[in-house]
Design a protein around this ligand. Structure first.
Ligand code: HEM
Length: 134
């Protein structure tokens, strides 16, 4: 049976309790493509890790169908749009989803295939949204 949004949120909570989770995600993402690594050359990682934790939380709330995150979603989409502060080519989003799910698989002791599918669907809602706003 498909995992619910609450189960994905629970999985995320277990990952955040693991110290290296966000670092591991970025390690995986930057290794996917040298163009991605180059984008992060001047990054303040303390700030970025915080921004991502918040970003994932917004993405999961959005996937759960809640409209309270609409404004935050728009702001993030604008940052990564063609004319935004940090344009991200939509073809990179598959790497983003893969890296995050790989990090979750390593960090969540209760990870399984239902969770993998539910995580992917949830993240895809956000990356599709960013792609549309590109
Ligand atoms: C492959 C996909 C992505 C790449 C390559 C990417 C790259 C970046 C880079 C280079 C920055 C700026 C870091 C710096 O300040 O030096 C950034 C900021 C940020 N990204 Fe992404 N990103 C991706 C996907 C996403 C997604 C899907 C989300 C949302 C869930 C997201 C949320 C954010 C947020 C919230 C910030 C901080 C923005 C700010 O400081 O105003 N990113 N991203």
């Amino acid at each position: 049976m498909a995992a619910t949004n609450e189960e994905v949120q629970g999985s995320y909570g277990r990952c955040l309790r693991e110290k290296g989770f966000i670092n591991r995600f970025y390690e995986l993402l930057l290794a996917k493509d040298p163009r991605i690594a180059r984008m992060f050359e001047g990054t303040n990682w303390t700030q970025q890790n915080k921004a991502l934790r918040r970003g994932i939380s917004i993405a999961l709330t959005f996937a759960g169908g809640s409209s309270i995150v609409e404004r935050s979603m728009n702001e993030m989409a604008v940052v990564h749009s063609r004319k935004g502060k940090v344009p991200v080519d939509p073809s990179f989003y598959v790497y983003w989803r893969e890296s995050l799910i790989e990090a979750v698989a390593e960090c969540d002791p209760r990870f399984n295939e239902d969770l993998r599918r539910a995580w992917n669907d949830a993240l895809k809602a956000t990356t599709d949204y960013f792609t549309k706003s590109y």
